[in-house]
Design a binder for this molecule. Sequence first.
Ligand SMILES: *Cc1c(COP(=O)(O)O)cnc(C)c1O
Length: 367
Amino acid sequence: MKIPFVDLKAQYENIKKEIDEAISGVILDSAFIGGKYLKSFEQNFQNYIGVKHCIGVGNGTDALFIALKSLGIGKGDEVITAANSFIATSEAVTMTGARVVFADCDKETYNIDVKKIEGVITGRTKAIIPVHLYGQPADMDGIMGVAKKHNLFVIEDAAQAHGAMYRGRRVGTLGDCACFSFFPGKNLGAYGDAGAVVTNNDELSLKIRMYANHGRVEKYNHEFEGVNSRLDGLQAAVLDVKLEHLEEWTERRIAIAKKYDEGLKGIAFTPSVMQDVRHVYHLYVIQVKKRDRIRELLSEKGISTGIHYPIPLPFLKAYDYLGHKPADFPVSYALKDDILSLPIYGDMSDKQVEYVIDQLWNAVKGL
Ligand SMILES: *Cc1c(COP(=O)(O)O)cnc(C)c1O
């Protein structure tokens, strides 16, 4: 059996009629930039998250960059984020001229360890970017407590956590603002690059909207220099269709995760979920010994897997200049050789899930 890591074609086949109509609607209306499709998605997404403002932007990396810029962060400032994220999180900090500072993760939840944050705060620290990694909310009460004490902004990187909940509240409503990616493979994915910033802050939302659109509200009245980073009409229309299905897909991800949890007992360390949170399983990450060999054996059986991420951020060549050693981030460093992401997506069948479980048992037993 062939099990892809995600199956966007299967998803399309199940919603083809709605998608095709949405796309031709945008073209017939020539509503490519701005316009009613963008407005509709922004409103529906802000209602879904439960925030006052949603600003569509070009992608999730830009969402982070624009949020940081709009909070006034730049040269001379420091921003703290997780050592074990995708590079977009730290790249966005550097793009503003600020310096990225990493904090290690918790070995159970993989999310930024609140205890490690305080140790790296300096007089230059301006913000924390917690990442709701793999779809599980970071420890936001702890993070907001530290931020309050030190007067820091909190920008949630919610690129992997559409619809996740933290103690009864949606991810995206917890910090000063939150950034989403709608990269095609994300839980809510466009048919190209797309992203959004959400916030309850009126003033900040206006700045973000202006920054993303050449520093303007009106056509040629530019109040400052910004960038061109907009969510286009075609992507917005696709996202609006998919948003209608997001809860159903998320519930399916959660059900698959439960099957994996039960089926893999005894052969792998399965995800550890905090109390009173909704983990939306953008990724289902286990820990196994001899991970690379297991991965090969699964691949021979047609199962695609991933590693998120093979090299923690501080140890990438891109961050050589920070001069970090493994001992600076022992948890992220130790995890990197054991983590393995299994296929998980809304259109995955029980049969496919069972096949992955069976083949993982065979692989582990056959070692
Ligand atoms: C995908 C992702 C991003 C960046 O989103 P793009 O839309 O690809 O620019 C940022 N942070 C995290 C944690 C991500 O997974």
